[in-house]
Design a protein around this ligand. Structure first.
Ligand SMILES: Cc1cc2nc3c(=O)[nH]c(=O)nc-3n(C[C@H](O)[C@H](O)[C@H](O)COP(=O)(O)O)c2cc1C
Length: 196
């Protein structure tokens, strides 16, 4: 796939193109921006894991993911809402890094609306009897046992309100790097090219 950013693009154009790519990640099967690395911190501990990009708003700039409220990342986010989101597009050689503040929605209107749109298969991920990460007693792999009544009690929506974004495109014609900051209300506040 071709380069996403051209030498002639202005920073605002770069920002727009990254947001367009994130949209494609949500709707196109197999798009590299479908998944991203979510890093959380808890005191001296930092952990990264893949999550699926479920939604995006432009202004305020917000990314959305789903999770099980009992998963380890929730404790991290409750203690330290500042997170990092990392995307990588291999064929375009495009890295996008974001610093964001996470918000958790569970057992509320927002999580219920998202739950209604989740497929039956997707719903099983949030309905295991044992909590995510629970150690199995047998030495052989066992399928996770599901609750009889599948509901949204453990389902959570995570919103990541982007504070800063760093975009790097590697290219033989010269690497291009741009940085963006966003106001508390999520509007683009500064944009500039920086030395890669
Ligand atoms: C491609 C991929 C996509 C994933 N998507 C999600 C997701 O959307 N939400 C989620 O909670 N876990 C997702 N996971 C599992 C997480 O990476 C992680 O193993 C799990 O959430 C437990 O993490 P935690 O203990 O840090 O909370 C995904 C894993 C992979 C490999």
């Amino acid at each position: 796939m071709a380069k996403v950013i051209e030498q002639t693009d202005e920073p605002e154009m770069v920002e727009k193109m990254v947001k367009d790519h994130l949209n494609r990640g949500i709707v196109r099967k197999g798009h590299p921006f479908k998944n991203f690395v979510l890093s959380t911190a808890n005191g001296t501990e930092v952990e990264s894991r893949m999550v699926v990009l479920r939604g995006k708003e432009n202004t305020p700039f917000i990314l959305t993911a789903f999770t099980d409220i009992r998963s380890g990342k929730i404790e991290h986010i409750k203690n330290t809402p500042e997170v990092s989101c990392l995307f990588w597009h291999p064929s375009s050689k495009l890295q996008v890094r974001m610093s964001a503040r996470a918000k958790i929605f569970t057992n509320d209107k927002r999580s219920r609306e998202a739950w209604e749109k989740t497929t039956a298969f997707g719903k099983t991920a949030y309905n295991t009897i044992d909590i995510p990460g629970a150690v199995l007693s047998r030495s052989q792999w066992e399928e996770a046992e599901l609750r009889d009544e599948m509901d949204d009690r453990f389902f959570a929506v995570l919103d990541f309100c982007v504070c800063e974004m760093d975009v790097l495109q590697l290219s033989r014609q010269g690497h291009i790097r741009a940085q963006f900051t966003y106001s508390d209300s999520g509007e683009l506040s500064t944009s500039a090219f920086v030395i890669p």
